[in-house]
Design a protein around this ligand. Structure first.
Ligand SMILES: Cc1cc2nc3c(=O)[nH]c(=O)nc-3n(C[C@H](O)[C@H](O)[C@H](O)COP(=O)(O)O)c2cc1C
Length: 217
């Protein structure tokens, strides 16, 4: 008996990194999920690895990437890193028990291929499987400005049931650091996965009045 895994305290997630800017979102999501006791199946496109090196300045050997080394040793036990070509890996199968798939960041290229069912690598296949199984697929696109083609592909995916969650941090929590901006977006992803977190303070009361409100400016 497999039981209902949808709200199990710990679940398995597929986290896919593609070559959009904002690899910090992908890194942080994996870190938080692992720290919360979840299993993470991680797969990165070649472009994502290049962005990782460029944006995070991390020493990743593009020919032999060791993505597990990016995470603290105590977190690695629940991390499964898969090669992009490994279409036999767990996220490629609907019966593997993956609760949800998150493509973060999602490049416009991966977005287009996912929206049209290419399944030409493990990232695209994992997304395709989530759609066919009716499990949450969260895509976190990052591009600006957006062309009509980008918008069409986003709408296509939304119509297919994917959660389109743009990398658009808010500012109403008055972030002071880049890490807080990253956590805003990661917190939004976790909300859609029903993973409890305290990355961002919940909105409760309006911000204090400003001099503008008092008519002083
Ligand atoms: C530093 C860097 C930043 C990039 N930022 C973006 C971006 O924000 N959005 C995007 O769609 N593509 C971006 N690209 C281009 C993609 O990586 C490129 O189109 C790639 O082919 C996507 O491949 P993938 O979908 O297999 O990951 C960026 C590339 C680099 C090197």
């Amino acid at each position: 008996m497999t039981g209902d895994r949808s709200l199990a305290p710990t679940r398995a997630f597929a986290v896919c990194w593609s070559g959009g800017s904002g690899i910090a979102y992908g890194l942080r999501l994996v870190e938080v999920l692992l720290a919360a006791g979840h299993t993470v199946h991680l797969c990165a496109t070649g472009a994502a690895l290049r962005v990782l090196v460029h944006e995070a300045g991390l020493p990743v050997d593009l020919a032999r990437p060791d993505l597990a080394a990016l995470f603290a040793p105590e977190l690695r036990a629940r991390l499964r890193v898969h090669d992009l070509a490994a279409v036999e890996a767990a996220p490629a199968s609907g019966s593997a028990g993956i609760a949800a798939t998150i493509v973060v960041p999602c490049s416009m290229g991966s977005l287009a291929r996912i929206a049209h069912g290419f399944s030409s690598n493990l990232v695209e296949r994992a997304a395709d499987v989530a759609l066919k199984e009716g499990r949450p697929l969260v895509v976190v696109p990052r591009e600006t400005p957006l062309s009509v083609l980008h918008l069409q592909n986003l709408l296509e995916l939304a119509r297919l049931g994917a959660i389109v969650l743009p990398a658009m941090p808010g500012f109403y929590h008055r972030p002071q650091t880049v890490a807080e901006l990253v956590d805003f977006v990661v917190g939004k992803i976790l909300d859609r996965l029903a993973v409890p977190h305290q990355l961002v303070a919940r909105w409760q009361t309006p911000a204090p009045r400003t001099p503008y409100d008092e008519g002083e400016v």
